[in-house]
Ligand binder design. Structure first.
Ligand code: SF4
Length: 448
């Protein structure tokens, strides 16, 4: 039988596993039982990379999530994560990760978000690997421990719905109540379904799919809530355990490496890599705003047009090619480029406007932070990230409609649809011509 903790480490049996471990003294000691489970996992690739202790396992768990969508991902390296016998070790690894991340980075950090996402993906993958009957059994077991079937109102899921871990359209409602089991469905809708078999309709519209979505969403939400609790508790207590701080640093390093080497969320990074801004490659519209707006459209030009352009051009120029939503901190974890390059360039342009934007309307700084995803706050801080969306750069079409005075197309503009594509193309051309000049110089110096 599959333990509930395999899917929900925060379940009662999961908590019992943690109680049995007691202290953190042994988490970095070689664990023969863990190694034995891994060695006996079907299709597991055995190498020196397999986890030797709880801390290794925690990092492997995170590494699986960060790399699994990359082209060269080797699933055989991580097969043990899908083995139900890993449960007692995996639960400890889960708690270590949650505590380390919450204490060191807080519940609103990029690390916390990735932890919650990884938990959701692990649940989906594990359910996908189980036999049909086991999958049904464990989902029912976990769901029963999370909610009471009798009369669940959709408002019960308000946190899941607002954080988009669950969509209202996935649920079947009757007078605000969520219908989850077959008997209830037949009771409520049996008479109303004509010309179709009501039981087949139940399988089609609800079946086990909705239950799995709810289980996944609730475990993710509870993981988030748990990290919030750990964080609050850690503020009141003495020094955190150094083992946890060390683990947190290693997780952060993994995330930074993943952002640098891969496009986190899928595939290798495209050839459009983040690098310092090259103003020579800016399109005419951007150059015009950087000189300072002298007439109408000042606020929109700085906030809606320039801010997304400069931030994406610097941090995520391949956004349209990769088509993966990211946050600023996924690509600039400590906000160094934001503070030292992006904001100064935007502020410089704002200052050159007539009248200068921030002297005239200082409250507009809040909107710049908001357009980069950091909520409506006076200062740009990591803890507020995610409260708003990181706006993508306006298309040429939108610029022409909303800020027509900016668009003075040159010949490159004829073949592009977005100022960011203009920037990437000209930057590539400038780099190619510089490389060919260096090649020519090397060639002629070798002849001499
Ligand atoms: S065509 Fe596009 S890139 Fe060129 S100036 Fe107009 S808005 Fe800018």
């Amino acid at each position: 039988m599959v333990q509930a903790a395999f899917i929900n480490p925060l379940s009662e049996d999961g908590k019992q596993i943690v109680r049995e471990l007691g202290s953190l003294d042994m988490v970095s000691t070689t664990n023969e039982e863990l190694i034995d489970v891994i060695n006996h996992t079907k299709s597991q690739e055995i190498s020196s990379e397999i986890p030797q202790n709880y801390l290794d396992l925690a990092l492997k768990r995170m590494e699986w999530h960060l790399t699994r969508k990359n082209k060269n991902f080797n699933y055989k390296e991580y097969s043990f994560l899908m083995n139900k016998n890993i449960t007692p070790f995996d639960v400890i690894a889960f708690y270590l990760l949650c505590q380390a991340i919450a204490i060191k980075f807080g519940p609103n950090s990029r690390e916390s978000r990735v932890m919650v996402e990884s938990e959701g993906e692990l649940i989906e993958s594990r359910l996908g690997e189980l036999a049909g009957w086991e999958r049904k059994e464990v989902v029912t077991l976990v769901l029963n421990s999370l909610i009471s079937y009798s009369s669940i109102k959709w408002t019960f899921f308000k946190d899941l719905l607002s954080s988009k871990k669950l969509n209202l359209q996935d649920l079947i409602l009757d007078k605000g109540r969520i219908i989850l089991n077959k008997e209830e469905f037949l009771d409520h809708f049996g008479d109303r379904i004509k010309h179709r078999d009501p039981e087949k309709m139940f399988e089609l519209v609800i079946g086990d799919k909705v239950k799995e979505l709810i289980v996944t969403g609730m475990v993710m939400q509870n993981t988030e809530n748990y990290m919030q609790l750990v964080y609050e508790k850690s503020r009141r207590e003495i020094e955190p355990n150094p083992v946890l701080l060390e683990l947190a640093d290693k997780v952060s390093k993994l995330l930074s490496e993943s952002a640098r080497n891969y496009s986190y969320g899928g595939g290798f990074a495209t050839d459009v890599k983040a690098s310092p801004l090259n103003p020579l490659a800016f399109p005419p519209c951007v150059k015009k705003v950087l000189e300072g707006m002298k007439s109408g459209g000042r606020n929109d030009a700085i906030i809606l047009f320039l801010t997304p352009f400069i931030s994406y051009a610097r941090l995520y120029p391949g956004v349209f090619a990769e088509n993966v939503t990211k946050r600023v901190s996924d690509v600039d974890p400590h906000l160094n480029a934001v503070q030292n390059e992006i904001l100064p360039m935007i502020s410089g342009a704002a200052e050159r406007c007539t009248p200068p934007l921030f002297e005239d309307q200082p409250q507009e700084k809040v909107n710049i932070n908001a357009k980069m995803g950091f909520g409506m706050h006076d200062t740009l801080e990591l803890k507020n990230e995610g409260e708003t969306l990181w706006y993508t750069p306006m298309s040429c079409e939108k610029v022409k409609i909303h800020l027509p005075s900016l668009c003075k197309p040159d010949k490159t503009c004829k073949s592009i649809g977005n100022p960011l594509s203009y920037y990437n193309r000209v930057k590539r051309e400038l780099k190619n011509s510089k490389d060919s000049r260096i090649d020519q110089r090397d060639e002629s110096s070798s002849k001499n």
